[in-house]
Design a protein around this ligand. Structure first.
Ligand code: ADP
Length: 431
């Protein structure tokens, strides 16, 4: 196309300039005219070339200069190529952005690093896992930033089939599961997953099994010991002795029964969501029956009162609420020395329904308060056992209250007494 145009131009020039000048003024004027024309053409081309150079040196999105003649064709071709390249670039950068967004959305941390272990890229989750900053740490050597010996030797091992469980990193209390995935040309991905919660749950499960085994071991040993003793040589013991041993066996059996009942209650509470059983639970009769129960437990050793300020009705599971209230009131009896005072109060206060159990008992030191509702947590293990405790009472209370959208507040002072308040929000009330 350009060649054809140039040939046409030369032909036109010969016909319009060179021919007439030679014809009228002779050959030498003709040649002079050719030279002038060639010089003019050269200038014209140099002018376009300068425009092209200016465009090439400018930014990529600079508009192409407008040309004439063959330059118009050349510029149009260039323009087309630039547009195609820009489109390709834009679609590539959009794909890249989509990948970046996908990496950012991953629940795992991802660090991409090269053969020299220099960080290419970090997602937000990895920044949190390793306390790094993409802005300042990109390009840094991974082992300069994460120097833990376990991590460095895992990296050096070159064998990444098994993940590394990484504790004691820069973030306190966080346990990570790390896996290195080699890809491409000596590139690697370091993938990190926060398994702190899984590990905590696993520790809790192990502790729970150890606690249950420990709780069952003592009564089982007593029962097994006395049963064997009696069955081996029954005649060797007098009637009074036998009665005493049988009473001890019954006592330990009762303890195991209580423990198993509490464990079953707790397990049922934990496997359910919110309380499904939307019964009408009338506070006045419920608390009156609990008063009778704790008076029987106290056997006249304490002064126990019940005040129902408002005869409210709660919506929920009657059995669960009864068990929670009875646990709180029972604890007051068990941890209040004889002669002490126990007040059970139901009231409506600032839109909430409150069941308060206040005692003048032994009280609890402040450092124990946050842990009281943990399973098997006791301030004084032997006192709890002596009074028939399983260490699960407050854990059951906490679960029941949570299932009823309620909270438990504990105030206590050693030697002065305790005040447990179960607080129910307005939505728990029924007409
Ligand atoms: P336990 O069966 O041991 O009583 P709980 O879960 O009911 O288990 O209570 C946990 C611990 O909280 C008890 O071991 C006891 O140390 C303490 N505690 C609970 N209620 C009272 C209270 N009213 N006064 C003093 N200490 C209490």
């Amino acid at each position: 196309m350009i060649l054809a145009r140039t040939l046409w131009l030369l032909l036109a020039f010969a016909c319009l300039v060179f021919g007439p000048v030679v014809f009228f003024y002779g050959l030498s004027w003709g040649l002079a005219a050719v030279i002038v024309c060639l010089l003019l053409m050269l200038c014209w081309h140099l002018l376009h070339l300068r425009q092209l150079m200016g465009w090439l040196e400018g930014p990529l999105d600079n508009p192409l200069p407008r040309g004439r003649g063959v330059w118009e064709i050349a510029f149009a071709g260039l323009h087309r190529r630039v547009r195609v390249r820009l489109d390709q670039q834009q679609s590539l950068s959009e794909t890249l952005k989509r990948f970046m967004r996908a990496f950012e959305a991953l629940p795992d941390g991802v660090i991409a690093y090269d053969r020299h272990r220099h960080i290419d890229w970090i997602n937000e989750r990895a920044e949190t896992h390793f306390a790094l900053s993409a802005a300042t740490d990109r390009g840094q050597a991974l082992t300069n930033l994460i120097r833990h010996p376990d991590f460095v030797s895992y990296l050096d091992s070159g064998s990444y089939v098994e993940p590394l469980i990484y504790r004691g990193g820069r973030v306190d209390g966080m346990t990570l599961m790390l896996q290195i995935i080699p890809y491409g040309n000596d590139q690697n991905l370091l993938v990190s997953r926060d398994i702190s919660q899984i590990e905590r749950t696993e520790t809790m499960r192990r502790d729970f099994i150890a606690n249950v085994s420990h709780e069952l071991k003592t009564p089982l040993t007593v029962v097994a010991g006395f049963s064997e003793m009696l069955s081996d040589d029954y005649e060797a013991y007098g009637e009074a002795e036998i009665k005493h041993y049988l009473a001890l066996i019954c006592e330990q059996n009762a303890r195991m029964k209580r423990l198993i009942e509490d464990l079953l209650t707790l397990s049922a509470l934990e496997s359910g969501g919110l309380a499904q059983n939307e019964e009408r639970v009338e506070m006045a009769p419920t608390l009156n029956s609990i008063l009778a129960e704790v008076r029987a437990l106290s056997a006249g050793r304490h002064q126990i009162t019940l005040t129902v300020e408002t005869p409210s009705v709660l919506g929920g599971c009657a059995n669960e609420l009864r068990s929670a209230f009875s646990n709180l009131a029972g604890n007051a009896v068990r941890y209040t020395p004889p002669g002490g005072r126990i007040d059970l109060i139901w009231r409506e206060y600032q839109g909430f329904g409150e069941f308060v159990v206040a005692d003048s008992g032994i009280g609890i030191a402040a450092q124990h308060l946050p842990r009281l509702t943990e399973r098997f947590y006791r301030v004084d293990r032997s006192r709890s056992r002596e009074t028939g405790g399983t260490g699960l009472g407050l854990a059951i209370v906490k679960h029941v209250l949570t299932r009823h959208h309620a909270t438990l507040e504990i105030e206590s002072e050693p030697g002065k007494g305790s005040r447990f308040t179960a607080r129910f929000p307005g939505r728990c009330f029924r007409d």
